[in-house]
Design a protein around this ligand. Sequence first.
Ligand SMILES: [Zn+2]
Length: 55
Amino acid sequence: MKIQKIEEEINQLKIHLAFLEKCLVEIQQNCDHHFKRNQYYETCIKCNKVNVLYY
Ligand SMILES: [Zn+2]
């Protein structure tokens, strides 16, 4: 594989990753959360959003 080709693919994947992260954030912002609590964090069973309860 040529360097240029690798860099091109990395950039395309970065763009795709940014798109996916944006989708995830949008879903989590619009989710009617249903949290399941653990000792240290709670996780939404619908969208997998995690809130840390104690530091
Ligand atoms: Zn949720």
